[in-house]
Design a protein around this ligand. Structure first.
Ligand SMILES: [Zn+2]
Length: 384
């Protein structure tokens, strides 16, 4: 019990240090931010407070309070409509890919297609806002508030034990710029990511499919990546694969792991192909089914006698790939990049573009690349 007490005390101090007395906050910054991630100075207090309330990637317990304000200001029903239309095209593209997979047997294909059909999407914002009943905040007790918020959020989650799963629940606030493949065979696109550069209601289809469309393809594929494939159409952990198909999948996944494991973003530090495998499989298939989805949209426009024009001299296919490269633009300090390579399940942004596009024949076609060019794989790696 003593060991547990020491451990939990350490975790509590570490988790709350940045909001505590100055000496503690400074020690926490020096270690967590300066030494590990190369930051030169802590963010301004205003920025820290917004992060505390709103969270950064997944959201804090209070984040829905900020999300409600964000949605009122920045979310349009048009964005939701167009995202739904893209989702239809991209799901149809995935359906076609599964149907045509040369390495998968018919019984497994049928279950994969059933899983895809059962996949539920949440786009934009929750239908109802979460009540914060029972949470008491005090204007003169910042750290105490943080502890009360955590205690409230923990009790809120524990109260769900033994109850049926609430499939309407949003664990993430809608203002977050991120997307998720969640339990229960769900994919989630908060209003925060339905904004430029991912999505723009005034932009042409090509750039939207290359932006948020690729993210949609990525999240769909997560339910078929090396972990996601172990869950069935209802989101339950159940093996629905014919053994030979599982073996064929594994062989393809191994090629993806080897491919990314060969990249060395920082001299001496390679991408960990195993740690990042699920994300990389989802990136590779995600960009390809988004591209196929765009082709469906373009075919509809041609059929309607309104073929997509060149924009700034670029074809829709070229603009799709520009948008894809744009959404992954990222700047890292070297320390932060090394930290990401060692601990994060995502490959760094630059390689989220280079690797998938090198193995996407449509990319070479769009830009007239020749065999032997830097971004043309001789023997493209593909899982889905
Ligand atoms: Zn992902």
């Amino acid at each position: 019990m003593d060991t547990w007490r020491h451990y939990l005390r350490l975790r509590l101090l570490d988790a709350s240090a940045e909001h505590g007395p100055k000496a503690l906050a400074q020690a926490h910054f020096d270690y967590r931010s300066r030494a590990i991630r190369g930051l030169k100075a802590p963010p301004a207090r205003s920025e820290r407070v917004i992060l505390m309330v709103g969270g950064q990637y997944g959201g804090s317990p209070l984040s829905h309070t900020l999300g409600e304000l964000f949605v009122a200001e920045a979310f349009s029903p048009l964005a939701q409509q167009r995202a739904l239309a893209m989702l239809d095209d991209i799901k149809a593209a995935m359906r076609q890919r599964i149907t045509q997979l040369p390495w998968m047997s018919e019984p497994t294909k049928q279950l994969a297609l059933a899983k895809l059909a059962a996949m539920r999407a949440k786009i934009g914002a929750p239908a109802a806002w979460r009540p914060y009943d029972g949470l008491a905040l005090r204007a003169d007790d910042y750290l105490g508030n943080l502890l009360r918020i955590n205690a409230w959020a923990t009790a809120d989650r524990l109260a769900e034990l033994d109850k049926p799963v609430d499939r309407e629940r949003w664990n993430t606030s809608p203002h977050i710029v991120n997307a998720f493949a969640a339990g229960g065979n769900q994919i989630i696109f908060p209003a925060g990511i339905l904004q430029p550069p991912f999505f723009d209601a005034r932009a042409d289809d090509a750039s939207n499919y290359g932006g948020i469309g690729m993210v949609i393809g990525h999240e769909i594929t997560h339910h078929f990546d090396d972990r996601g494939r172990r869950f069935d159409a209802a989101g339950n952990l159940r093996d629905w694969w014919q053994p030979a198909d599982a073996g064929a999948y594994q062989a393809r996944a191994d090629r993806v792991a080897a491919l990314y494991g060969g990249y060395e973003p920082v001299p001496g530090v390679r991408i960990n192909g195993r740690l990042t495998l699920g994300e990389n499989i989802s990136d590779m298939a995600g960009v390809q089914i988004a591209y196929d989805g765009l082709q469906r949209a373009l075919a509809r426009q041609r059929a309607a006698g309104q073929p997509a024009p060149l924009v700034e001299g670029a074809t829709p296919e070229q603009r799709f790939f520009y948008a894809n490269a744009t959404i992954w633009r990222t700047k890292y300090r070297t320390e932060a990049l090394v930290d990401q390579l060692r601990t994060d399940s995502h490959s760094p942004g630059r390689w989220r573009v280079l690797a998938p596009l090198t193995h996407t024949p449509a990319f070479a076609l769009a830009f007239g690349c020749k065999p032997g060019d830097g971004m043309v794989a001789g023997d493209p790696v593909s899982v889905w």
